[in-house]
Design a protein around this ligand. Structure first.
Ligand code: F6R
Length: 365
């Protein structure tokens, strides 16, 4: 028994984000059905490359998909965060616009430029300008339910991204993998949910190890996007500094920093996310990295997702990370739902004005 088994400790999650995860299988089904039914009015033959445009909790779906399918991608796929589209994006580039609110400035700027460049486009949003502008221009938009925190609507972004890329032949056909992923989500909720006591619950055990420190999440290849997701969930849910890095790149720089980590080393809790699909050299690098950084960090944890396919294991690790970050919030006595700093920043930008964007004018703002 730990404090995470006490309902009064979990009660700080006032908006019920922890309980909300319990309906992830239904969310998955809804997102999959919506994406499979959406009419795509252009032929897959026109798509030569793909830009997945978004920010934050919406864009992360792009990271998860591009890193998971990287060596199976049949066309270039890149995640675009920011204002200016790359120069190469043109009429052969599919722009997949992901914005939960439909109001995120950077994503709207990308959306306008995609229209100007007469690129094929698809949107996924709960409303806002993405829905209205794209509606006016006949761009297909998958409308998803509103009222959620964007980061907690991940399946509404991730599942359609997989379905669209599969339908357009950018990645291999995914029917069986999606079925297996659905099973993995159900199993993860059972394994990591709040009803399972700490002694049998990996998510609660991890939260207890990570709540007091700075989680450093390391991924590689198929787990690279998951590492970023975990980091962002610690930031936004637990209001905790957290960072991520990727193997093998971190073997060429970050490991040296732990030689003289000083007081930061006492805070550093390293979580390494691995997968059986990784290159065998990654396995060796993980073992060596652990040995090299061990004297400079407070804790090192290595995790592998449960499941028979890469997508299923990704779902398992993503749901695990969501629960860990939410339990960590409870241990740190913070309500996981509000993200005041993001709201303050967006309000500041709105008042200092991006008038042309508000008016839906030119993309070159
Ligand atoms: C909030 C969150 C943020 C938003 C980001 C972009 O829960 O995760 O990172 O996702 O500010 O907003 P949207 O997703 O509405 O385009």
């Amino acid at each position: 028994m730990s404090e995470l088994d006490l309902p009064e400790v979990l009660a700080i999650d006032r908006a019920g984000l922890i309980d909300g995860l319990a309906s992830s299988v239904e969310t998955f089904d809804q997102a999959r059905a919506g994406a499979e039914a959406l009419d795509i009015p252009f032929s897959p033959d026109v798509v030569k490359d793909v830009l997945i445009c978004g920010m934050g909790g919406s864009a992360i779906a792009g990271d998860l998909v591009t890193t998971l399918y990287y060596e199976r991608l049949r066309h270039p796929v890149q995640v675009h965060r920011g204002y200016y589209l790359p120069g190469w994006a043109g009429p052969d580039t599919l722009h997949l616009l992901l914005s939960y609110s439909g109001e995120t400035e950077e994503t709207l700027t990308a959306a306008m430029q995609a229209l100007e460049r007469e690129s094929p486009a698809l949107g996924v949003t709960s409303g806002g300008k993405i829905e209205s502008w794209y509606g006016e221009h006949g761009v297909p938009v998958l409308k998803i339910p509103g009222g959620l925190q964007p980061r907690m609507a991940l399946l509404h972004m991730l599942v359609p991204t997989v379905v669209f890329l599969s339908r357009l032949g950018i990645i291999p056909e995914q029917t069986a993998d999606l079925d297996a992923a659905r099973d993995a989500i159900g199993a993860a909720i059972d394994a990591y949910g709040p009803d399972r006591p700490t002694e049998a619950n990996t998510a609660k055990q991890l939260a207890l190890r990570l709540a007091d420190g700075v989680p450093l999440i390391y991924g590689s290849e198929v787990t690279a996007g998951i590492a970023n997701r975990w980091k962002c969930q610690f930031n936004e849910n637990a209001k905790q500094p957290s960072f991520h890095a990727i193997l093998p790149e971190l073997n060429h720089n970050e490991i040296v920093g732990f030689e003289q980590a000083g007081a930061f080393g006492e805070q550093a809790r390293v979580v390494i996310l691995k997968d059986p699909r990784q290159h065998r050299q990654i396995e060796r690098r993980i073992a060596l990295t652990r040995d090299i950084i061990k004297p400079g960090v407070a804790d090192i944890i290595t995790l592998e997702g449960e499941g028979d396919t890469p997508l299923a294991r990704l779902m398992d690790l993503v749901i695990l990370g969501d629960y860990v970050s939410l339990y960590t919030a409870c241990l740190r006595r913070v309500d996981p739902e509000p993200v005041d700093s993001i709201g303050t920043l967006k309000k500041g930008l709105a008042t200092t004005g991006n008038q042309r964007l508000q008016a839906g004018e030119s993309g070159s703002i």
